[in-house]
Design a protein around this ligand. Structure first.
Ligand code: TMP
Length: 213
């Protein structure tokens, strides 16, 4: 019998709390005895981290939507080849903070580049790798952005180039995510406005069938 593959992604608008949830889940899975790889997009690998700086630096205002799209997939291709596929082949559980669904909603819908081009690049960069489960932490655009701005102020980071987009952009992103959850059974919609413990419990209920406990 072949072991069950576990590639789990977290998605959500700005300030949804998904990164915190990913860390909490990783800890819980490790306690259950699983070998877990955590990764992030854009980022994950050393090359991906450099691409992330280009993408998120608020000074890079002239970055055009197509270059943004290609850089997202450049980071992803590196992440898939260097980290994700080797880890899955070794039987590890992989948790990724964002994956192609982000590109679908941010560049495909938010920037208006369309879904077709995103699927085409996904075919090249990911070669058929689709998450087994996607946890979509849902939050309305206003609440999420306010949280993200408070976090930037706390850490003395400036807002990222994406956070700087207008509210209409972030509303389109959120609606596209909700549509995706309605269309795809692998995507579980979780209410991110609850306490983080309540969100973590819902995450756990969704993940449990995949780990067989
Ligand atoms: P993060 O702050 O959740 O790490 O995400 C970084 C930003 O990059 C966030 O604003 C979403 C954006 N993004 C895209 O626009 N397209 C993508 O494909 C990915 C992975 C992230």
């Amino acid at each position: 019998m072949t072991a069950r593959r576990r590639f789990i992604t977290f998605e959500g608008p700005e300030g949804s709390g998904k990164s915190t949830q990913l860390r909490m889940l990783a800890e819980r899975l490790r306690t259950s005895g699983l070998d877990v790889l955590e990764t992030q997009e854009p980022g994950g690998t050393p090359i991906g981290v450099q691409i992330r700086h280009v993408l998120l630096d608020a000074k890079n205002r002239e970055l055009c939507p197509t270059a943004e799209l290609l850089l997202m997939f450049a980071s992803r291709a590196q992440n898939v080849d260097q980290l994700i596929l080797p880890a899955l082949s070794a039987g590890r559980t992989v948790l990724s903070d964002r994956f192609t669904d982000s590109t679908l909603v941010y560049q495909g819908v938010g920037r208006g580049l369309g879904a077709d081009v995103v699927y085409e690049l996904d075919r090249i960069a990911c070669r058929g790798l689709v998450p087994d489960l996607t946890l979509l932490i849902d939050i309305d655009a206003e609440t999420g952005l306010a949280r993200a701005h408070r976090r930037s102020a706390r850490t003395e980071d400036s807002d990222t180039r994406m956070e700087d987009q207008d509210i209409g952009f972030h509303r389109r992103v959120r609606e596209a995510y909700r549509q995706l959850a309605a269309d795809e059974s692998r995507v579980r919609l979780i209410d991110g406005s609850q306490t983080r413990e309540a969100v973590a419990e819902q995450v756990w209920q969704a993940v449990k069938p995949l780990i067989g406990t």
